[in-house]
Design a protein around this ligand. Structure first.
Ligand SMILES: NC(=O)c1ccc[n+]([C@@H]2O[C@H](COP(=O)([O-])OP(=O)(O)OC[C@H]3O[C@@H](n4cnc5c(N)ncnc54)[C@H](O)[C@@H]3O)[C@@H](O)[C@H]2O)c1
Length: 300
């Protein structure tokens, strides 16, 4: 999508990644509605942007994503203020596990789902909308598994965001509604969300994974918005070019199903365990090499 002249809403954009996404969109000529539960921070950021990009290109509306009325007020208030329809909605507000697993899941997945449901209906071409784009801020935690009990909720929520994106981001749904759905999966970035995980955990993260700047993540965000397809999940990792993490689960399940059938027929295996699967991969690999060797010697 060419963002020049487009109107975007970003939840949780008073600071951190949301603020960095807003800067990139504004630099590319979009108008942005800043939104946050933290009114003071949101207003300060909006003032800063108004001075740099012009008063007519930014606006602030307070929104707690846990409140449906706030979400409706944000969307409708933004359209009213700018006098046009919203083109891009970024589901970005998020917290970590420190305030408890239920709140983490309420904000990081339930509210994302609530916003996505509401925004798709508003943008749906069949319902009088003009189509548009929803970008969900997921995480690498939405792809890999977690490493301790405390943060399990964050990983579960972010996996939910990735699956939600892929399920809503089909070409069929895009054709029907005109709405694209994508997500960004950053590794660790230097924002406030890491501030309360404790100095020991913070140092461990910094040492093991390194920290990206919000600007670095925002460059990946722009690649997603301007160059990628519906359903895409883009991974942003320190010192690695952005890459799309494609979902191959259906193909993999089918592949393993074939292996399970073959192993049952050939060796009477009743349960196709990871050890059997490794043996199956090895057999497929050897067979593929033999075939390739045969074909190349036959052709040349
Ligand atoms: N920083 C990272 O390492 C990292 C990595 C991957 C994904 N993320 C995700 O990026 C997103 C942004 O986080 P960040 O790193 O910028 O952290 P941050 O703490 O700097 O920003 C989060 C923003 O969300 C706002 N917020 C919190 N609860 C809210 C609510 N109920 N309603 C509206 N706004 C609310 C906060 O006030 C804050 O401005 C989150 O979804 C987070 O999970 C962050």
């Amino acid at each position: 999508m060419d963002v020049q002249g487009k109107l975007a809403i970003i939840t949780g954009s008073g600071m951190g990644l949301g603020k960095a996404f807003a800067i990139k969109l504004l630099e590319a000529g979009a108008m942005v509605c800043i939104s946050d539960v933290d009114e003071a921070t949101g207003e300060k950021t909006t003032l800063e942007f108004a001075e740099k990009f012009g008063n007519n290109r930014v606006h602030f509306i307070k929104c707690n994503v846990l409140e449906k009325d706030d979400i409706v007020n944000l969307y409708e208030g933004c359209e009213k203020h700018f006098g046009r329809s919203v083109d891009i909605f970024c589901n970005n507000a998020g917290i970590n596990h420190v305030k408890g697993w239920r709140l983490c899941m309420d904000i990081d997945i339930m509210a994302v789902m609530e916003c996505a449901e509401y925004v798709i209906d508003k943008m749906d071409k069949r319902k009088g909308g003009k189509g548009g784009l929803i970008v969900n801020t997921a995480s690498i935690a939405g792809i890999v598994v977690g490493w301790n009990r405390e943060s399990a909720c964050y990983f579960v929520a972010k996996h939910g965001v990735v699956v939600l994106t892929r399920t809503l981001g089909t070409s069929k749904l895009l054709k029907e509604t005109g709405v694209k759905v994508q997500c960004i999966c950053p590794s660790f970035a230097d924002t406030n969300i890491l501030a309360d995980i404790g100095t020991q955990a913070f140092s461990a993260v910094e040492k093991k994974f390194g920290l990206m700047t919000p600007e670095y993540v925002a460059e990946g965000f722009m690649k997603l918005v301007t160059k990628c397809n519906t359903g895409d999940a883009i991974c942003i990792v320190k010192d690695v070019p952005p890459f799309i993490y494609n979902d191959m689960s259906k193909e993999f399940v089918m592949f393993l199903g074939i292996g399970a059938k073959l192993f049952k027929a050939a060796f009477g295996v009743e349960l196709f365990t990871p050890q059997h699967q490794m043996a199956f991969f090895l057999m497929v690999f050897i067979l593929a090499n033999v075939l390739l060797h045969f074909l190349t010697s036959f052709l040349f």
